[in-house]
Design a protein around this ligand. Structure first.
Ligand SMILES: O=C(CO)COP(=O)(O)O
Length: 252
């Protein structure tokens, strides 16, 4: 069976000192096993977070990276720079990056390829806007984004990635998708992976739900057969709340 994965996406929150304080609290209360734990922090907090979490089972992730190995790309960070810090995961194609920073399926694909080549696990985000949902386009949108992100990637590599289904209208709004609706779309994403990369890959790839996940609703998502965890923004910022999400993921 697929191991559930609870990833916090801190977005543009927390200084180094705040990240250290979170890590100390998280270490003190971290007593759940059987769930993969990841915190995706701002670049500036990654090294101190890694140091503080050394010896724990809480991995760290970045929220973006550039697809080139190095070069004249002012302000960008490469996969090898992240690896050197001890980063294991990287969120790619988050809707906020697609919306505010012009990320496209093509650039997400280049980043997925570069992350895998460097040995990072991509957490690839897909999801529809409210307009797209209301127009009945959800399945087409997640299909196009999923096929685009993994174009040219080997099935074996796809199997080890993580996909996060995050309907844009549910992010930071308090309007979470119902667990049943989220499961239905995640099953579509899994079937797209199956068509492209084979059934074994589809059964192995982990697909999270994201969008207003809280300690109070995590169990309902985890009770769904295709939902393998959550990518969590706001509720991952406080250690106690993050640990409650992790504990809730064992209800699978
Ligand atoms: O975008 C998200 C995680 O990547 C979801 O954010 P919230 O959990 O704050 O809705």
């Amino acid at each position: 069976m697929r191991t559930p994965i609870i990833a916090g996406n801190w977005k543009m929150f927390k200084t180094m000192a705040e990240a250290r304080a979170f890590a100390q609290d998280a270490k003190a209360g971290n007593n759940t096993s059987g769930v993969q734990k990841v915190i995706c922090a701002p670049f500036t907090a990654l090294a101190s977070l890694k140091e503080e979490l050394a010896g724990t089972d809480i991995a760290i992730g970045a929220q973006n990276m550039h697809f080139e190995e190095q070069g004249a790309y002012t302000g960008e960070i490469s996969a090898s720079m992240l690896k050197e810090i001890g980063v294991e995961y990287v969120i790619l194609g988050h809707s906020e990056r697609r919306q505010y920073f012009n990320e496209t399926d093509e650039t997400v694909n280049k980043k997925v390829v570069a992350a895998l080549a460097a040995g990072l696990v991509p957490i690839v985000c897909v999801g529809e806007s409210l307009e797209q949902r209301e127009a009945g386009e959800t399945a087409d949108v997640v299909r196009t984004q999923t096929e685009g992100a993994f174009a040219g990637v080997d099935a074996a590599q796809v199997a080890d990635t993580v996909i996060a289904y995050e309907p844009i209208w549910a992010i930071g709004t308090g309007k979470s998708s119902t667990a049943e609706d989220a499961n239905e779309t995640i099953a579509i994403i899994r079937s797209v992976i199956g068509e492209r990369f084979g059934q074994a890959t589809a059964e192995k790839v982990r697909i999270q739900y994201g969008g207003s996940v809280k300690p109070e609703n995590i169990a309902s998502y985890m009770s769904q057969p295709d939902i393998d965890g959550a990518l969590v923004g706001g509720a991952s910022l406080v250690a106690d709340s993050y640990l409650q999400l992790v504990a809730g993921a064992t209800s699978r």
